[in-house]
Design a protein around this ligand. Structure first.
Ligand SMILES: [Zn+2]
Length: 173
């Protein structure tokens, strides 16, 4: 069974047992959003006690306050009624090893996936890269223990963030 088959089978089971959750409201019932890392070891539903329909969860590499993450938070607030935002980073994050400069350099050299490059190493040039601004991760810097503080400050200062929503909470797992 391929990964694709596994995912489709799991989704079929999930959809079959969805039941009354199909009637959940579009607006998050608990009126909050979480910005967190995409790390496969993290399960926001478990670490924050969420069920379907409870909250928005926005994920990216490092849980950074990129422009796109802030865009999602603003939509969450303005259109979908969240009143609190949590920025949650974690220890041993893979993004502790990368700066934006490293990522930009990797993407500029090659858009191919490294075959066996360990964390933080560079990959061989396997294909044409792209030296455009679109290779920016949009985050201020690599994830550090103080990154969560930087991200909350960036969110609070962002021109799209309404003043009323600047009571952003922070947490670190
Ligand atoms: Zn992480």
């Amino acid at each position: 069974m391929t990964i694709r088959d596994e995912v489709l089978a799991a989704n079929e089971d999930y959809a079959a047992s969805f039941g009354p959750k199909a009637d959940l409201a579009l607006l998050p019932a608990r009126h909050f959003a979480i910005l967190t890392c995409m790390d496969a070891r993290l399960d926001p539903a478990k670490y924050a006690g969420l069920s379907e329909g409870d909250a928005h969860v926005i994920r990216n590499a490092g849980g950074r306050a990129s422009d796109d993450a802030i865009r999602s938070l603003v939509i969450s607030y303005k259109l979908l009624g969240t009143a609190q935002w949590f920025v949650i980073h974690h220890t041993n994050c893979g993004m502790e090893f990368f700066t934006d400069d490293v990522i930009r350099g990797l993407l500029a050299n090659s858009l191919e996936q490294p075959h066996s490059a360990p964390m933080g190493s560079t990959t061989s040039v396997l294909g044409p890269g792209r030296r455009r601004r679109t290779t920016s991760t949009g985050s201020p810097s690599r994830t550090t223990p103080r990154g969560v503080v930087e991200d909350v400050a960036r969110i609070r200062a962002h021109p799209l963030v309404p003043v009323a929503s600047r009571s952003t909470a922070t947490s670190t797992t």
